[in-house]
Design a protein around this ligand. Structure first.
Ligand code: 13P
Ligand code: SF4
Length: 336
């Protein structure tokens, strides 16, 4: 049997004899995908970092929390996850009987990779009196070792929901953890993981941009380094950043997160100007290479052939579900 979790999409299709898939360039992928959605009772959930075409064909676009909440509620038979692997995996953990598809299994995450469960377990075992809060950007194996999951939009509330003297390990994002420590006055033990996209914003280039656009507000995701967060006018999740830009009287924004979010920002505020914060390399904006593994063509093929599918060991799934359920419960309590 083909193990679809360990092979890339193209080789799966090759093995299944599907690789005559040179797509007819005249095919209207938008209408074909709409047809497939109806035929198969499928829902497309997309993260804000997906390419604009994918966002435009999605049934729901959101941040990690919104997507997990939507996945927990949907009654569609097939969930097509236009995002990265840990997001599709979370959807599968919440929906064991549904088919969960990810257009390209290579869509991983540097943050998730920075916390291998076996190594983390050794660390955790040295701190038996600590609770483990893990950012949702981690594998099912890491989730199974965690007490509560959080996302960038509920991390602060989740930490604050615990007694002040509760010892906590926060994994895997040290930048988000440090930001929450600052916001809450806690001293959580931080795992040394980072997001490759948010870590390379250039403070120098942002400062120069700010000089050229003195009225622009700097909006930053808490996965950014402390120095970038220190110059931000607003720090929040992708949904938070989107809402802030819509509600603000300001007309110009420098956006320090993955550039995919600019599509919705521009759609929701067409008259405002959004400038992607530049990274520390020769690029003008910052794309997540993992998020961008998904394309409209792969989305279409994945829906047509119902591959690649996310599968999971049931014991692992049940262990990984407990901390996600705790997160959803606390989020509902605070109306997040
Ligand atoms: P949010 O979706 O919580 O804003 O996080 C962004 C991110 O990096 C997802 O991979
Ligand atoms: Fe992971 Fe960063 Fe890409 Fe989000 S943007 S999927 S955290 S590598």
């Amino acid at each position: 049997m083909v193990d679809i979790n360990t092979q890339n999409f193209e080789s799966i299709l090759k093995q299944k004899g599907f690789l005559d898939f040179d797509l007819d360039p005249s095919l209207d992928l938008f209408s074909e995908i709409e047809k497939l959605k109806k035929e198969k009772n499928a829902i497309i959930l997309a993260h804000y970092y997906q390419e604009p075409d994918i966002q435009d064909v999605a049934d729901f676009i959101g941040d990690s929390l919104g997507l997990a909440q939507k996945a927990a509620q949907t009654d569609a038979a097939i969930i097509v996850f236009a995002g990265v692997h840990f997001m599709a995996e979370t959807a599968k953990i919440l929906n064991p009987t549904k088919k969960v598809l990810l257009p390209d299994l290579n869509a991983g995450c540097s943050l998730s990779d920075s916390a291998p469960p076996a190594i983390f377990k050794t660390f955790k075992d040295k701190h038996p009196d600590h609770l483990v809060i893990s950012y949702i950007n981690c594998s099912a194996g890491m989730k199974a070792l965690s007490d509560i999951i959080c996302t960038s939009s509920n991390a602060q509330k989740i930490v604050e929901s615990l007694p002040k003297d509760q010892k906590i390990i926060f994994a895997p994002d040290k930048n988000l953890g440090a930001y929450i420590n600052k916001q809450t006055g806690r001293n959580m033990l931080l795992w040394n993981g980072t997001c490759m996209v948010h870590e390379i914003f250039s403070l120098e280039k942002i400062t120069k941009l700010k000089l050229r656009h003195p009225k622009a507000k700097v909006l930053a995701h808490p996965e950014c380094e402390d120095a970038v967060l220190a110059v931000a006018d607003f720090v929040g999740s992708t949904t938070g950043i989107l809402k802030y830009s819509k509600a603000s009287d300001c007309n110009e924004f420098i956006v320090a997160t993955e550039a995919g979010i600019l599509h919705q920002m521009q759609k929701e505020s067409p008259s405002k100007t959004f400038i992607p914060a530049p990274p520390n390399n020769s690029c003008a904006c910052n794309d997540c290479p993992y998020m961008k593994f998904n394309t409209l063509e792969k989305l279409y093929l994945c829906m047509k052939y119902e591959l690649p599918e996310i599968t999971m060991d049931e014991t692992l799934r049940l262990e990984a579900k407990k901390p996600i359920d705790r997160m959803l419960k606390i989020s509902a309590k605070y109306g997040l």
